[in-house]
Design a protein around this ligand. Structure first.
Ligand code: C5P
Length: 397
């Protein structure tokens, strides 16, 4: 087993500090050793107890606290870090970093660490746009600090503009990016990813769907775009944010998804079918809301097109990747599916295993190659699984 990577999460005193609970929780759940360091101001926005519970580690605030585990606290934490993330990063910490001021535990760790540093600034628009802040940001970038752009939107101070903390998803993905330092090895490749569940209408208010959240497909799209690919994401309804740089087409039904995939197929080099497409839809759609009576009701279902199978028939140079979520005879069923759909790679997961399948941030999968090879992967975050799938695709070119 590899030693878990240590992410030092520095929290400074901005209103967005409360959002970092989710980042810490996600990092911890994905197997990172998370060390939270807060400024005194940050503790006014979120309690150290919350972050201690979510990170499963004592939270450090005070430079001279004697309860820490390191002989010299700031040096120990600085050396232990594989990455130092400061989120939210206030104008104050950015200015202190630009000048090399070390007047509390967090700013001291910043000076002492040799780990890559990632900042997620969040503040009032005027403070962000101020020439002093912009100068400081430029200085830090020149020194190799990675700085995320704040998002636009309504700020806590009532102003609408640039300055919101980027989505936690974006910060998390950037952390993985910096830690993995992956090459841009998919430049000039076009990848189509399907994601999420489809919705099959019964009447104007009811539909049939499934538990897929789209997380695996969105992770694949995000990972592929970061490695330089052009990415089309054809997605059923989800609550996820489309990753930056991805061209998304939002659909509801399997037939809509099928039409768009066929339309794009000629332009793509790879199709990854991560969507949980409904196999059946109601045979008759009722324009009127169906009325209840005292009897049972039967809804007759008809087959939806199998998107991958249809593309498999049209396949020329394209690489086709499918998913098989099974609850029994996983590998045997997966192999049959692979043949039927003319796939080059199949990602099989056993839904009965804890940590695999829908909704969670992790997955446990086995990669099945056309030539009979099998690669069983350990529990990984969906973003890490996405990385391995893209490695396998690259190998197939
Ligand atoms: O046959 P099964 O649904 O188990 O196969 C799963 C794989 O096939 C997934 O990659 C899924 O995206 C794809 N699929 C599809 N069209 C369907 C059903 C599944 O492309 N109608």
């Amino acid at each position: 087993m590899n030693k878990p990577k240590t992410v030092v999460v520095g929290i400074t005193g901005g209103i967005a500090a409360y959002k970092i609970a989710e980042l810490v929780s996600r990092l911890y759940k994905n197997g990172f050793n998370v060390q939270v360091v807060m400024t005194k101001h940050a503790t006014r926005f979120i309690t150290p107890l919350t972050l201690r519970t979510l990170s499963n580690n004592p939270v450090l605030v005070d430079m001279f606290d004697e309860s820490g585990t390191h002989r010299v606290q700031h040096i120990g934490v600085a050396e232990e870090a594989d990455i130092l993330v400061i989120a939210p990063a206030t104008a104050n910490i950015i200015a202190k970093m630009a000048c090399g001021i070390a007047d509390d535990l967090l700013s001291t760790i910043v000076l002492a660490t040799r780990a890559p540093v990632l900042l997620a600034p969040s503040m009032n628009t005027n403070m962000y746009d101020h020439p002093a802040t912009q100068d400081n940001i430029r200085k830090l970038k020149d020194r190799g600090v990675t700085i995320l752009e704040p998002a636009e939107g309504e700020l806590a101070c009532g102003v609408t503009g640039r300055g919101r903390l980027p989505e936690i998803e974006t910060i998390y993905d950037k952390i993985i990016d910096v830690l993995e330092d992956r090459p841009r090895d998919l430049v000039n490749k076009t990848i189509l990813v399907t994601a999420g569940a489809t919705q099959e209408d019964i009447d104007p208010v009811r539909f049939i769907t499934n538990h897929s959240t789209g997380k695996m497909g969105y992770a694949l799209a995000a990972a592929a775009v970061r490695r330089g690919a052009r990415v089309f994401l054809v997605s059923g309804p989800t609550y996820l944010t489309v990753p930056d740089g991805v061209e998304s087409r939002q659909v509801r039904s399997a037939r809509e998804m099928n039409d768009i995939c066929h339309e794009l197929f000629g332009q793509v080099d790879v199709v990854i079918g991560a969507a949980a497409v409904a196999d059946y839809r109601p045979l008759d759609y009722s324009d009127e809301k169906l009325k209840k009576n005292d009897n049972d009701m039967v809804i007759k279902l008809t087959r939806n097109p199998d998107i991958l199978e249809g593309l498999g028939k049209r396949k020329q140079h394209q690489i086709l990747v499918g998913f098989a979520a099974e609850t029994s005879d996983v590998i045997q069923n997966a192999r049959q599916k692979m043949q039927k759909k003319n796939l080059d790679l199949l990602v099989a997961n056993d839904l009965t295993v804890e940590g695999a399948g829908f909704a969670g941030d992790t997955n446990i999968v086995t990669l099945l190659f056309k030539d009979g090879r099998e690669e069983k992967l350990p529990l990984m975050s969906k973003l890490e699984v996405a990385g391995v799938i893209l490695d396998a695709v690259l190998e197939l070119f």
